[in-house]
Design a protein around this ligand. Structure first.
Ligand SMILES: [Zn+2]
Length: 192
């Protein structure tokens, strides 16, 4: 069975027992938003106890407070009424395993998937690549707690973010499933 067939079969099962979810309201019922990493090991619905309609989940590589993540958070509050936000990065994040220079070098050589070994990512595919990677800030991570604190601090200071919204900073531990608070981040994200 192809991935496409698997996804469509799973969706058919889901839709068959959709029940009353078709009448859920557009604004999130529990009034909060989570910014977190796209890592396949993280399931925010499970780790934070969400059902359909409960909360906004904004995901990107690293769970970083990029301009686009902030765009979503501002919409989440301004138009859809969320009142509390979480920034949740995680242990063993792939964003710790490369730098802008590494990513730019890899993509300059080849667009194919790189290999991850003990010495980091290396190109194993054919060229050509592209220098377009030089124009992207890949928002890599060197220290987990620092990245959470940096992102909470950036969101807190953003001119479109009201100072009444508490922003909590956490790291999800991929070895245990636990959320561990980053105290400096939550402190930086306190409402004022
Ligand atoms: Zn990650």
């Amino acid at each position: 069975m192809s991935t496409l067939d698997e996804v469509l079969a799973a969706n058919a099962d889901y839709a068959a027992s959709f029940g009353s979810k078709g009448s859920l309201a557009l604004p999130p019922a529990r009034g909060f938003a989570i910014l977190t990493c796209m890592d396949a090991r993280l399931d925010p619905a499970k780790y934070a106890g969400l059902s359909e309609g409960d909360a906004h989940v904004i995901r990107n590589a690293g769970g970083r407070a990029s301009d686009d993540a902030i765009r979503s958070l501002v919409i989440s509050y301004k138009l859809l009424g969320t009142r509390e936000w979480f920034v949740i990065h995680h242990s063993n994040c792939g964003m710790e395993f490369f730098t802008d220079d590494v990513m730019r070098g890899l993509l300059a050589n080849s667009l194919e998937t790189a290999a991850l070994g003990a010495d980091g990512f290396t190109d194993v595919g054919a060229g050509p690549g592209s220098n377009e990677a030089n124009y992207i800030d890949w928002l890599t991570i060197t220290d987990n707690e620092q990245s959470v604190t940096d992102d909470v601090t950036r969101i807190r200071a953003h001119p479109l973010v009201p100072n009444t919204i508490p922003i909590y900073g956490y790291i999800y531990d991929v070895a245990t499933g636990r959320l561990v608070e980053v105290a400096d981040a939550t402190k930086a994200g306190a409402p004022s």
